[in-house]
Design a protein around this ligand. Structure first.
Ligand SMILES: [Fe+2]
Length: 338
């Protein structure tokens, strides 16, 4: 995979910028910072801004960008936490890294979180959590995470998935496949643009994943519950038939029993993406943005260490159009989808 490698001068410039922001904001989720993140982002080195701008506007076939070379101080960030539910104090050890993730993402769009996922946090901590080993979500470990579109079930899902790696000592690969130039026959291709399919919510939006909400949140989970019991029929591909957008999560999809043609097209798409799936090995300090409309991603299985050195990254969703979710957020400046 090609990488955008920061020069020494670019790293120094980013460190100065991030330190200036960290001096006046305790959290990368501080609404005042989020309101100005796109402005601050214009103070990043021009070559980096140009790369992110081109990634957003040219929609390259690669469908991911990896920014490499930002040093992470392994001692400063502390031990890999045992759970994503960190206190403000625990999170402050990675404030600079979170700020950098938000800044780079701000050149692609605006970051968003979900009230139903990691208790409404916008920047997630992802690490193996004890007792969740067999789960099909980020905080699991011993099961591979089947490749998917992030939040595929939800109409307000992000356009980009951002990940900043802090630790990956066992070199556990993220998996990745771009949709570009997939070899499917014309009839299957056409069928995938038609609404035959259903995708149910993944467990990261479920109370069982531990995403307890302040003040209950039953109504919110009720909406997810409805998506579980009465999922809408959708198309898996959309946009330009020569270079389509994708929305898929096979692990949470039921077979299409009433239309063999639709089921056959789905199986052909899954097989083609399976064949293309590649390992993406992300190192500490690397920031990866996956184009969530042009590629799928997952993770290989691994054995968690639970020794404070486990694989750990920050995760963030970015939308190109905040207005799309306006009715589902508390106000114009809120970034949390209810
Ligand atoms: Fe994912």
């Amino acid at each position: 995979m090609e990488r955008f490698v920061l020069t020494r001068d670019e790293v120094a410039s980013l460190q100065t910028l991030v330190a200036a922001i960290a001096a006046t904001h305790d959290s990368a989720e501080d609404p005042d910072f989020l309101l100005e993140a796109a402005l601050w982002a214009q103070e990043m080195p021009r070559r980096l801004r140009a790369a992110l701008n081109a990634f957003r506007l040219t929609e390259p076939d690669a469908a991911q960008i990896i920014i490499s070379g930002f040093p992470v101080d392994d001692e400063k960030i502390g031990a890999t936490p045992e759970h994503w539910n960190l206190s403000a104090e625990e999170r402050s050890a990675t404030l600079e890294e979170e700020i950098l993730l938000v800044l780079t993402g701000s050149l692609l769009g605006d970051c968003i979180g979900w009230r139903t996922q990691q208790a409404g946090r916008i920047i997630h901590d992802v690490m193996p959590v004890r007792g969740m080993e067999q789960e099909q979500i980020g905080i699991g470990s011993e099961q591979p995470i089947w490749w998917h579109t992030e939040d595929a079930f939800h109409p307000l899902r992000g356009d980009y998935l951002g990940m900043m790696f802090l630790r990956n000592p066992d070199r556990v690969p993220t998996t990745f496949a771009s949709l570009e130039r997939l070899d499917l026959d014309a009839e299957d291709w056409q069928t995938l643009f038609e609404p035959h399919y259903t995708i149910r919510p993944d467990q990261s939006h479920h109370p069982a994943s531990g995403a307890e909400l302040e003040g209950g949140g039953n109504g919110l989970y009720g909406r997810i519950e409805r998506m579980q019991t009465e999922p809408e029929k959708i198309a898996l591909l959309s946009g330009d038939p020569r270079s389509p957008y994708i929305r898929i999560d096979p692990y949470f999809m039921d077979p299409v029993t009433d239309d063999p043609r639709a089921q056959r097209a789905f199986e052909a798409l899954v097989k083609a993406l399976d064949a293309r799936l590649a390992d993406l090995l992300l190192e500490p300090g690397e920031i990866c943005f996956v184009d969530n409309m042009k590629a799928v991603h997952g993770r290989r299985a691994f054995k968690a260490r639970y020794d404070g050195r486990d694989r750990w990254f920050k995760r963030m969703n970015v939308t190109r159009d905040l207005r799309k979710s306006r009715a589902d957020r508390a106000g114009a400046t809120s970034r949390v989808i209810q």
